[in-house]
Design a protein around this ligand. Structure first.
Ligand code: BGC
Length: 754
């Protein structure tokens, strides 16, 4: 197939003029230039045009006649939502009937796995395990590249400080440093040993930029922020992506300080292409070129195309503004030919790097596509990732009596002989998959529910009782009585509550992020029976469940964990896996507290403690702290931190500072712990956050063992953007903090001299 394809494409091109495809001596950029010289303006704008297939969409799809004919005319450079080796191959064959035989690029939202659905990205972020996250992306790339796809629209590297925004599920949470590390890991995973390998796909850093800061957490809403905040908090994960060699960027729907990101030259030209020297291409978000009309920034599609192209958006996803208006805009002198050439060059460069000119069908391999279906190694890796993503929020001793501490409820004791399973997610299947997992919708038969998994694990002398109790968003308590009856028969109750998978995701913003419906009432009713209660919460975002958090002794946050999610949960419940996840986002106490994040600025009137609201910066009705802090997550091990120390309390200049701490696993469980390093700059020329994550290490400590963890700190970690947007560090006093959560650290003070 390869040789045939090569002949098919190469021969006529030689005939036309330049031998760009076969001249091995030529560099890719020379080949791109040769091809560019052959292209008409219409063909160039064709390369800048991307259509969706007609079957999946996150926005309105314009039906526009005969797409096949448009491919033949060279009017389409790329498709999204076309997957499958056979389908992509058939469209590619049509592209090879066009005058210049430029192959199509196929893109797809492979956000957390493809055939093997991995945990949602926010859940994976809770693992703080870069190798596992990279492997997850690697597997996704392997599976989808075999289905003819060259390009994923992931990772989303938007900082998410607002859980009302449904798209927090797609990101790495609230922290810039963690987010940057995860961006790098995902890109390495997707792009593997480099694009051009048949198991690698181009990654996309999206949504450029500041989309996560939409006012009120309402999707697609405006963003207004200081440039200092933009550079310090929101841009670093994008910079990390560019540094990691990400092939493409996607711009975003929001306006940033009054200029829509799609038409924003400061973002796309000044920062991305000039300062960061990004040499890939920028795709618009779905219809975002045309949406500049709704923003009131462009009069019509003609003007929208002009603004977007001039601002550096290279490819138009689904607006049809480029294909319709760019040729005329060039003729009218509104868009320079050099702007079009630059965009087309960037796109063609990637097509060459992918090797599509040598073999346009190299990703369309039906045999290898089939191998990805039910791939055992991939499923095993998925289960492992799912286990790593689970966060043990609470595991209090059941009945502390007479000064003695009784055992915690988790892991479920081997003595337990009967279990009641209650709640709307116990038997659910699709919800494990989470939002952005549509490729699996038609094949859920092999995905077990938690009920199936637990039932399978039980011995013959153990019994299981089940009642749903209510639906996820139920307003009726009619099912409570049956749930209470089931509870009464059992030694322990495991309840599984949360959101269904369509409640968090794109266009899934919510003003109320409490556990939906009557679920928390059911928890209260079951708890009132006096039976020991374990609550699992499955959701795409941090939810609010204060009563449960205060009263239920054992709580696991299980997010949406993917294909093997239920097995992963059971492993944690029954002690076959010791949980080690840590929250990548703060969990608010109430919606009125949002945004709540750990790296806030100190005010002029900081509260002295959680109860202080006497003319200080505080609420009258709730403490300032979140319900669960960034970095929080327990283990079946009991990790004790001691002896925080530094090699010098007065480092200077470029000297390395070594900060150390001892961690003892005071338990009978071997376990993993994420040791977190935070720094506070005590006095700055601009106000600095009360703490900022600057490092972390995930370590394994055997039961009873003590390990010493060292962090090397340099002045690079002290840098911030001053009021002139210079990235600098300032000598002075700092606090070095190390701990197992942002709200539980040991501190040492130092003075860093010039
Ligand atoms: C989303 C993007 C996505 C695109 C294509 C848009 O609505 O914002 O993240 O890649 O659709 O599906």
């Amino acid at each position: 197939m390869c040789t045939l394809a090569l002949k098919k494409i190469v021969a006529p091109v030689i005939f036309i003029a330049v031998t760009f495809t076969v001249n091995a001596q030529k560099s890719t950029s020379q080949k791109v230039d040769s091809l560019l010289q052959l292209m008409t303006l219409a063909e160039k704008t064709g390369q800048m045009n991307q259509y969706s297939s007609d079957f999946t969409a996150t926005g309105p799809v314009t039906k526009d006649g005969d797409k096949q004919n448009q491919i033949r005319k060279g009017m389409i450079g790329s498709f999204l939502n076309v997957t499958g080796a056979a389908k992509t191959k058939s469209l590619q064959e049509i592209a090879l009937q066009s005058r210049l035989k430029i192959p199509l690029l196929f893109g797809q939202d492979v956000i957390h796995g493809y055939r093997t659905v991995f945990p949602i990205p926010l859940a994976e972020a809770a693992s703080w395990d870069m190798a596992a996250i990279e492997r997850s992306a690697r597997i996704a790339a392997t599976e989808v590249s075999a289905a003819g796809v060259h390009w994923t629209f992931a990772p989303m590297v938007d900082i998410g400080r607002d859980p009302r925004w449904g798209r927090v599920m797609e990101g790495a949470g609230e922290d810039t440093y963690l987010g940057s590390m995860i961006a790098t890991a995902r890109i390495k995973g997707f792009q593997g040993k480099g694009i051009g390998n048949t198991d690698a796909v181009m990654a996309t850093a999206k949504h450029f930029a500041a989309y996560g800061a939409a006012v009120g957490g309402r999707d697609y809403n405006s963003v207004d922020m200081s440039l200092r905040q933009l550079h310090e908090i929101y841009l670093p994960p994008f910079k990390a992506a560019a540094d990691a060699g990400v092939a493409t960027f996607m711009n975003s729907f929001n306006d940033l300080n009054g200029i829509p990101a799609t038409g924003n030259a400061y973002l796309q030209r000044d920062i991305l292409k000039n300062q960061w020297k990004f040499n890939g291409f920028v795709v618009s978000d779905w219809g975002s070129v045309g949406e500049m009309i709704n923003h009131g920034y462009a009069k019509d599609n003609y003007e929208a195309a002009m603004l977007a192209a001039n601002a550096g958006s290279d490819m138009d996803m689904e607006s049809r503004a480029y294909i319709k208006h760019l040729p005329q805009l060039v003729k009218d002198g509104k868009v320079k030919m050099s702007v079009v050439d630059d965009a087309v060059r960037r796109i063609l460069q990637k097509k060459f790097e992918l090797g599509l000119f040598d073999d346009p069908y190299k990703f369309c391999n039906e045999a290898s596509e089939k191998q990805q279906w039910n791939n055992a190694a991939h499923l095993e890796a998925e289960k492992d990732m799912a286990r790593k993503s689970i966060v043990l929020l609470k595991n209090s001793p059941l009945t502390p009596k007479g000064g003695k501490t009784a055992a915690a409820l988790l892991p479920v004791s081997k003595e337990i002989k009967s279990i009641a399973l209650i709640g709307p997610l116990i038997k659910s299947v699709k919800d494990h998959l989470g939002f952005w997992s549509y490729d699996w919708e038609d094949d859920t038969a092999r995905i077990p529910s938690l009920y199936d998994v637990i039932k399978k694990r039980l011995n013959s002398d153990e019994s299981l009782f089940y009642a749903k109790g209510c639906e996820v968003a139920d307003t009726s308590t009619a099912g409570f009585a049956e749930a209470i009856e089931a509870t009464k028969k059992a030694d322990v109750v495991i309840m599984y509550f949360g959101e269904d998978r369509m409640m968090t995701g794109e266009a899934k913003s919510k003003s109320n992020i409490h556990l939906p419906g009557v679920q928390e009432d059911l928890i209260k009713a079951i708890h009132a029976t006096g039976k020991p209660v374990i609550v699992l919460i499955g959701a795409g975002r941090p939810l609010i469940f204060n009563w449960t958090a205060d009263n239920v002794p054992a709580i696991l946050y299980t997010w949406w964990l993917g294909t093997k999610g239920a097995e992963a949960i059971a492993d944690v419940l029954f002690g076959d896996y010791n949980p080690s996840g840590k929250l990548p986002m703060s969990f608010p106490r109430s919606e009125g507290q949002i945004p709540v994040y750990y790296n806030y600025y100190s005010t002029g009137r900081p509260a002295a403690n959680e109860n202080d609201n006497n003319y200080v910066s505080a609420y009258l009705d709730i403490p300032n702290s979140p319900k669960f802090s960034f970095g929080h997550g327990l283990s079946y091990s009991n990790f004790q931190y001691s002896n925080v120390s530094v090699n010098t309390t007065v480092p200077s200049g470029n000297q390395n500072l070594i900060a150390s701490i001892n961690i003892t696993n005071n338990s009978t469980f071997n376990g993993e712990e994420v040791v977190q390093l935070y720094i506070r700059d005590m006095v700055g020329s601009v106000v600095r956050p009360v703490k900022e994550l600057k490092g972390f290490q995930k370590i394994f400590i055997k039961a009873g063992e003590t390990k010493t963890v060292n962090f090397t700190i340099t002045t690079a970690q002290l840098k911030f953007y001053n009021d002139k947007l210079q990235h600098i560090w300032e000598p002075g006093d700092f606090e070095i903090m190390i701990g197992g959560s942002s709200n539980n650290v040991k501190t040492v003070k130092i003075k860093w001299n010039k």
